[in-house]
Write a protein that binds this ligand. Structure first.
Ligand code: ZN
Length: 292
């Protein structure tokens, strides 16, 4: 297992972690400057941040700073109620793939969608099995586009509390079942993003990480689970402030061939988003050394 106690070469910052500090959007290009100034070598940006900064300008800044990407957030949202919705999802996901290629990302992270309409407050139906079937079809279609572009797809299983509105793929086992069905040859084109916030509780976590192996372990996201958690979406903890044994899990992914970044992804409207961005980045560096 790699020793990160004395440096942060294995650290990546998911840029949502510092997206709106003290109520103000922190522009992506300034986030990249601040990361580079601290010797942070990798980032994972979100599409809306890239759109606001401009794709070409973002790609140029990434290159100028010599930054790597640990992923691109995000594609997915495959579930729909009609053919037009299906086509819109496919078109949007193709654009996401193209952006990921322009930014030289190692993978496009997929949050697959839940019951259609639920995220907007009104689910169109209660058929979660049907939603899961649509997800499988959507990923199968997108995989054709992904293979053409040489851009791997990373399915991110989300905690079951998001099954209705964000993602009906909720365990690593479920995600890997999809991978095995759609990419039985383990080509490297389809894998998983292991976000500890979503999967830390799973009694099968270690076994499923071993099942994934190096070909399927495409991304590793870290933060912490706070007790109590006061908001289902935006109360993620800084590493070390909660109950996840992050180092044990990093040991498991590394023992199975993962050699990529630990990507810090914290949504924290009441705490970390209320602080200065530089302070948050400095804390990420310190906690990465001590707790990841
Ligand atoms: Zn994540």
């Amino acid at each position: 297992m790699r020793d990160f106690s004395a440096d942060h070469r294995g650290l990546s910052i998911n840029t949502a972690t510092v997206r709106k500090q003290r109520g103000q959007d922190w522009p992506l290009l300034q986030i990249l400057d601040a990361c580079a100034a601290r010797g942070i070598g990798a980032i994972s940006p979100w599409r809306d941040q890239v759109q606001a900064a401009g794709l070409a300008a973002t790609a140029a800044a990434v290159k100028a700073h010599g930054l790597a990407l640990s992923g691109y957030c995000r594609g997915g949202m495959f579930t729909h109620t009609d053919p037009a919705g299906r086509q819109a999802a496919r078109d949007d996901n193709r654009r996401a793939l193209d952006e990921a290629c322009t930014l030289n990302a190692p993978c496009l992270v997929l949050v697959v969608g839940g019951l259609p309409g639920a995220l907007a407050g009104q689910a169109a139906h209660k058929d979660i099995a049907g939603a899961r079937a649509q997800v499988s079809e959507g990923i199968a279609e997108l995989l054709v586009d992904a293979r053409e572009r040489g851009m791997p797809l990373a399915i991110e299983p989300l905690h079951p509390m998001y099954a209705a509105d964000r993602a009906c793929i909720n365990t690593l086992e479920q995600a890997l079942d999809l991978c095995d069905a759609l990419d039985p040859q383990r080509s490297g084109a389809l894998g998983v993003a292991v976000d500890l916030y979503h999967v830390w509780w799973d009694p099968k976590l270690q076994a499923q990480i071993a099942r994934a192996g190096a070909q399927r372990l495409l991304a590793f996201h870290v933060c912490d689970w706070l007790t109590p958690t006061t908001d289902l979406l935006n109360d993620r903890g800084m590493m070390g402030d909660g109950v996840i044994d992050i180092r044990q899990a990093r040991g498991w992914v590394e023992a199975n061939g993962f050699a990529g970044y630990s990507e810090v992804e914290i949504f924290s409207s009441a705490n970390w988003w209320q602080r200065g961005g530089g302070e948050v980045l400095d804390t990420c560096i310190e906690r990465h050394r001590r707790c990841v």
